[in-house]
Design a protein around this ligand. Structure first.
Ligand code: PEP
Ligand code: MG
Length: 759
């Protein structure tokens, strides 16, 4: 067998093992056989304790597997990790870093080849082969092990995240102030005791099998569905007093998924074909999950988590496993691989102070609920060792997306002060609602909101938004199973325009493609972010574009508020000219129907580097420009905005991005046109100061961030913001810019808006 097939075989074996322990055993047995060597071992890092665990072995004393540990820098294993490269020695024993480990029976082995297993630049473990005689492992053997280690990295990273690595280790003390990063799902800081919550059931462990008794299985299934529906209703009621209607509607969506026509209908069909209820449920949920996984839109992708949650709830009833009665301490921090709304509901509201979920993002159902309930949440904290944090004190920092395990008294005291200050600050922000966003020296900035999800509307009005800077019209399209009609669209747009009357409303034309797919209009491409996206799709389908634009124009009938139509993903002037022609046609048609409507303003989104360089000629053609900094950052830096592997490289404060933002503002103003921005950067205090310094007229953001940004603007002078900007623009590094701007803001008395313990 050649090396490649052998490698594939080992990786497959390991990946399909039934447990992590078995995976490691298969690995060492197979590698030893493949290289015809005497010993193969795996050492795994336990990062909370800074030691290597002797985790699996073939050829040495087995009784020390899972027991023996080495300090991080110890021995040749330590050296491999330190250098992050293979070490191949003919006579290991004469190496100064060789450490004699008689317990594990190492003595007679001369040759040593150690290869690090590295994930995202971090050494997770070391794979070692050893041989009694003095022979150097040859280059092809070394290359084999390096290739294998690279493929194993993802598997090990997952095992580490879910605590399987820690579950293998002994109980030394956890290091103090261990920091784990995720993303902020809901702002705020919580300190409390970790309660790790497991899912009610496990879909993977269900075996598929035939049933003789279809009627009985149908009956059992229906009963389980009814009980699950009852649960959801109860959970919805439980949140009834504390959530606005829009968020409560999420529970109706949940209930609909359990309607006869949805998931249960599909499951029943499988049962009728002879599959027992649990197997049928597993098949259907898996299929649904696959569909959701293919969607790259972060909001829709997260709906897959909802389907899984429902599936597990029904499965738990089928298996008759009940939620264990758990004790929740006074300050509970809920931690889990995938926290669900049901888990959130299981904790008495007055005891829950924070949420940490290994899976998920800011678009997760739980993050949406946590934001509404005002509970700090960190999502996607993949490295938090579940088994190790149970019952320990955690600090959840939903601002920075950070979690501290085993925080020192000093750190806890600092965070307690921060929590108290933040509470006072948030109360103060409430009083700003009707005050203008004006700097201390009289410079006015317009603070508008981005609207997309249900719930955004009332939140925006509550926070005193002066207009809508970005209405992401994809959402009404995504929640249908066909393109929405003109009238369906008109009603939704009208609702927003009347709610905001007489304030301006910026409606973006359909921006599908990239990471946003419609189930009824699939776009399958190798490289979707560089493909058929935004304006490119709608110009190719004038029938879709015209219907949407007509709906927007009609929705504005009889209102004072200005309708602004905004075009996404523009990369050349011809696209603007064609879109303008279609908008004129739509406007004429609406007028011909006898409806009295104002002419809409038209604007272009600057999201592509090409548009930065042509900003002036684009500005000449339209009424306004607005930067989509989320996309502009991803295209300027060539970093996929949704890819966690390169998330570290996604820097909105990159000097090149800042230079582009500044140039676009200058170009728009040179043509006498207003410039706005509606990417996430506008809603961050640091971003807002720099953008204001650049002269941005409109900052459009998530409603949650608006009061904080208003406070920043009202407490700084325009002159000072310009001074900060001009210094920041001389810097070479995004982190330096961030640090500098923060420090300047703290010196200017704005520290309250950027709560943070460390740099
Ligand atoms: C952007 O790209 O910055 C933007 C506001 O649009 P979206 O995030 O919807 O792509
Ligand atoms: Mg965009």
């Amino acid at each position: 067998m050649n090396m490649l097939s052998r490698l594939r075989e080992i990786v497959d074996d390991v990946a399909n093992a039934s447990s992590f322990r078995q995976a490691l055993n298969l690995l060492v047995v197979n590698v030893r056989a493949a290289l015809g060597t005497e010993v193969c071992s795996v050492y795994l890092i336990n990062r909370t304790r800074d030691r290597f665990l002797f985790a699996a072995n073939e050829g040495l004393n087995q009784s020390y597997v899972g027991q023996y540990t080495l300090a991080a820098g110890e021995g040749l294993v330590g050296l491999v990790a330190e250098r992050a490269e293979p070490i191949n020695l003919k006579d290991a024993m004469s190496h100064p870093r060789f450490r004699y480990l008689p317990q594990i029976g190492e003595e007679p082995f001369h040759s040593f080849l150690g290869v690090p297993v590295i994930h995202h630049r971090i050494v997770l473990g070391v794979l070692v082969v050893q041989q009694r005689d003095e022979r150097k492992f040859d280059e092809s053997e070394e290359a084999f092990l390096v290739t294998l280690a690279a493929q194993l990295a993802t598997l090990l990273a997952h095992a580490e995240a879910t605590g399987e690595v820690l579950a293998l280790t002994s109980n030394d003390a956890v290091r103090e102030n261990q920091l784990f990063r995720g993303v902020g799902g809901s702002p705020g800081i919580g300190i409390g005791t970790a309660v790790v919550m497991q899912p009610l059931a496990d879909l993977n462990s269900v075996r598929e099998r035939e049933t003789e008794n279809v009627t009985q299985e149908l009956l059992i299934f229906d009963r389980a569905v009814e009980s699950a529906r009852e649960d959801i209703r109860r959970i919805g009621e439980q949140f009834g007093g504390s959530l606005p209607a829009e968020e409560l509607a999420l529970f109706d969506v949940y209930l609909h998924m359990l309607d006869d026509t949805a998931i249960p209908g599909d499951v029943r069909e499988r049962i009728r074909l002879g599959q027992w209820a649990q197997g049928a449920l597993k098949q259907v949920i898996r299929e649904h999950l696959r569909t959701f996984e293919q969607m790259e839109d972060p909001y829709l992708k997260e709906r897959g988590a909802d389907v899984k949650d429902l599936g597990l709830r029904v499965l738990a009833y089928l298996q008759d496993t009940r939620q264990k009665k758990q004790h929740f301490p006074e300050h509970t921090i809920l931690v889990g691989e995938e926290i669900t709304p049901g888990m959130l509901a299981a904790v008495p509201a007055d005891r829950l102070v924070g949420v940490v979920s290994l899976a998920g993002s800011g678009a997760s159902h739980v993050a949406i609920l946590a934001r509404s309930l005002g509970i700090p949440a960190v999502m996607g904290a993949v490295d938090v060792p579940l088994y190790d944090v149970e019952h320990t004190t955690l600090v959840v920092d939903g601002f920075c997306g950070e979690v501290y395990v085993n925080a020192s008294k000093h750190l806890l005291d600092e965070y307690a002060l921060l929590i108290a200050a933040e509470k006072e600050f948030v109360a103060e922000l409430d009083t700003l609602k009707d005050l203008p966003p004006e700097t201390t020296d009289g410079w006015q900035v317009r603070l508008w909101v981005n609207i997309g999800l249900a719930g955004d509307l009332s939140r925006s009005l509550d926070r005193g938004a002066e207009g809508i800077g970005l209405f992401r019209t994809e959402v009404p399209f995504m929640t249908q199973d066909r393109f929405p009609t003109e009238e369906e669209q008109r009603l939704i747009y009208r609702e927003h325009m009347t709610a905001f009357e007489p304030r301006p409303v910026t409606m973006r034309t359909l921006d599908i493609g990239g990471d946003k797919a419609l189930s009824y209009f699939p776009i399958d491409e190798e490289n979707p972010f560089l493909g058929w996206r935004g304006i490119r799709v709608t110009l190719d389908h004038p029938e879709i574009f015209l219907v949407q634009v007509r709906a927007m124009i009609k929705a504005n009938a009889g209102l004072e508020g200005q309708l602004r139509i905004m075009l996404p993903m523009i990369s050349s002037v011809s696209e603007v000219d064609e879109a303008k022609k279609l908008i004129e046609q739509a406007y004429r048609e609406v007028c011909e129907e006898g409806i009295d409507v104002k002419h809409p303003q038209i604007g272009v989104m600057i999201e592509v580097p090409a548009a930065v360089y042509q900003a002036r000629v684009l500005a000449r053609r339209v009424d306004f420009l607005a930067v989509g900094s989320n996309d502009l950052t991803q295209y300027m830096l060539a970093v996929d905005r949704n890819n966690p592997r390169v998330a570290e490289l996604y820097r909105e404060l990159h000097p090149s991005v800042l230079a582009a933002l500044r140039d676009v503002a200058k170009s728009a103003h040179a043509e006498g046109k207003p410039i706005g921005i509606c990417g996430e950067l506008a809603g961050t205090p640091v971003g807002a100061v720099l953008l204001m310094g650049m002269g941005y007229d409109v900052l459009s953001m998530n409603a949650t961030n608006l009061p904080r940004i208003k406070w920043v603007i009202r407490n700084i002078s325009f002159r000072r913001a310009r001074r900060i900007l001009s210094r920041a623009m001389t810097m070479d590094d995004p982190l330096e810019i961030d640090r500098f701007t923060r420090k300047e803001m703290i010196d200017a008395g704005l520290g309250r808006a950027i709560p943070r313990i460390h740099d």
